[in-house]
Write a protein that binds this ligand. Structure first.
Ligand SMILES: Cc1cc2nc3c(=O)[nH]c(=O)nc-3n(C[C@H](O)[C@H](O)[C@H](O)COP(=O)(O)OP(=O)(O)OC[C@H]3O[C@@H](n4cnc5c(N)ncnc54)[C@H](O)[C@@H]3O)c2cc1C
Length: 440
């Protein structure tokens, strides 16, 4: 069976590998010149001329990313070689905040979390007990809640300090929205998987996994090499302009038209672009599906990459307060053998809004005040459609578009918010369903 995958982000790559493993002959088309989509390498240069292999946006994974970690392994990437594993930590520069103490790092969940709560610096017993009561309440109801509840609503009774130093940073980093606007059901599901999921590749589900390489080296490079080595084709700089039903050829399928005018027919197509591009391209063949995809709202993330020769943080990742940036990452500490990354920090502004220059200036001032470093800006990248807005009751696009036409991407209906794991799961699901359909 000939399968086309349109879009070479993490969803499309996962779909292509799974379809190939299932016996299909795969052609992957990616409009950009590089694979990886919203999670890819960005090569910058420092003022002193050294090259910095960074990303289009700082990312973080967690141990609960079961399908992503398993796919990396299948492609020959050992997660422990490319990810720094650390117990859940939301430590601020002043040492406050929640952190699993080193002596509890190997305790099974949720005991490690309880140890973190018991030892959180700056927390009173009221804060610890209030959070524990909420956690027990969530557990008693199986980490489920009404579809229309916000994170703030499911966290009623959680003390303000625990909201400020745990729930809000977790919520904005996982769902890219503040607790008052984010979906309580999705938040609780991620929390459940992180607290009670099974370890993957030897990693606790709640562990934070910080990339030690650029994002292309985590998965996209290996996926492309694997596909090509198995005789499948990967076309970059190949935008698919249109998809039409093809009834002329035997074993009718879908005709794709590329921007350069070339056409090809496939029995099955997995459409794995972001929601807006998918809505535009699929409207002529699946108007209802396209309407749902087009209605999905997005939120931005800005990453400020900045540098100072001796900049070094007390930990590879620190939480920030009182400003646009919520987290700072020490890219030099994460990649000690990369000379161009020494002294490079990434300041992450989730749910960002406003002018790039203003955000950059405010984040640099924040770093100076809270981290004690005066940084030179390298590059500030705003991804306007970084994630879909994971609000309560959001209607996501289904995987089935039409017979032989499947959708993949983080916006496709699934358990996770807009994350690498959500993208990978949707890609695997689309490939599986395309192959099943062909067998029937
Ligand atoms: C700044 C930033 C920070 C993030 N932080 C995190 C994080 O810390 N942890 C986490 O898990 N997730 C994070 N995410 C979310 C994560 O990156 C995305 O959920 C994921 O990459 C989406 O993958 P995808 O394959 O669904 O879509 P995309 O990556 O958008 O891939 C779609 C691809 O389709 C291509 N395309 C579009 N139109 C066409 C066409 N007509 N023909 C051919 N190709 C086409 C695009 O060029 C693109 O490569 C972050 C995202 C951003 C932007």
């Amino acid at each position: 069976m000939r399968v086309a995958v349109v879009g070479g982000g993490w969803a499309g790559l996962a779909a292509a590998v799974a379809a190939a493993e299932g016996g299909a002959l795969v052609s992957l088309f990616e409009a950009a010149h590089a694979l990886g989509g919203r999670a890819r390498r960005l090569l910058l240069q420092r003022p002193d001329g050294l090259a910095c292999p960074l990303d289009n946006g700082q990312h973080i994974l967690i141990g609960a990313y079961r399908d992503t970690l398993t796919l990396m392994q299948r492609l020959g990437v050992a997660p422990l070689d490319v990810l720094q594993v650390q117990p859940l930590s939301l430590r601020f520069a002043d040492g406050r905040g929640l952190q699993v103490p080193p002596w509890a790092a190997r305790w099974p969940a949720p005991l490690d979390g309880l140890a973190a709560m018991a030892t959180a610096r700056g927390w009173g017993w009221g804060d610890r007990l209030g959070l524990l009561r909420a956690a027990l309440r969530w557990r008693a109801v199986g980490f489920a809640c009404a579809d229309d509840a916000t994170v703030a609503e499911v966290c009623r009774g959680v003390p303000p300090r625990a909201m400020e130093e745990l729930i809000e940073p977790l919520c904005i980093s996982a769902l890219n929205l503040p607790a008052a606007q984010a979906s309580g059901a999705v938040f609780l599901r991620v929390l459940r998987d992180a607290l009670f999921g099974q370890p993957t590749a030897g990693m606790a589900p709640a562990a934070l996994l910080l990339p030690r390489t650029d994002l292309s080296a985590l998965l996209p490079d290996a996926a492309a090499q694997w596909l090509q080595a198995q005789g499948h084709s990967v076309h970059t700089g190949a935008r698919v302009e249109a998809v039409q039903r093809d009834g002329i050829h035997e074993g009718a399928g879908w005709r794709l038209t590329l921007a350069d005018g070339t056409q090809a027919v496939f029995e099955s197509v997995v459409w794995a672009t972001g929601a807006p591009a998918a809505a535009r391209a699929l409207a002529p063949v699946a108007p209802d599906w396209a309407r749902t995809a087009a209605a999905i709202e997005h939120t931005a993330i800005t990453t400020v990459y900045a540098w100072a020769p001796a900049a070094r943080l007390a930990a590879p990742m620190l939480a920030l307060r009182d400003g646009p940036a919520q987290f700072a990452f020490d890219r030099g500490a994460l990649s000690p053998r990369e000379p161009g990354l020494q002294g490079v920090l990434a300041l992450v502004i989730s749910h960002s809004s406003g002018e790039r220059e203003d955000l950059q200036a405010a984040a640099l001032a924040q770093a100076q005040a809270q981290l004690g470093v005066q940084l030179l800006p390298l590059q500030t990248v705003t991804e306007k459609r970084a994630t879909f807005a994971c609000r309560p009751g959001l209607q996501r696009a289904p995987a089935a578009v039409a017979p032989g036409l499947w959708a993949a991407g983080d916006h496709v209906d699934g358990p996770y918010p807009a994350t690498l794991e959500g993208a990978v799961r949707s890609g695997l699901q689309a490939a599986r369903r395309a192959l099943d359909e062909a067998i029937r």
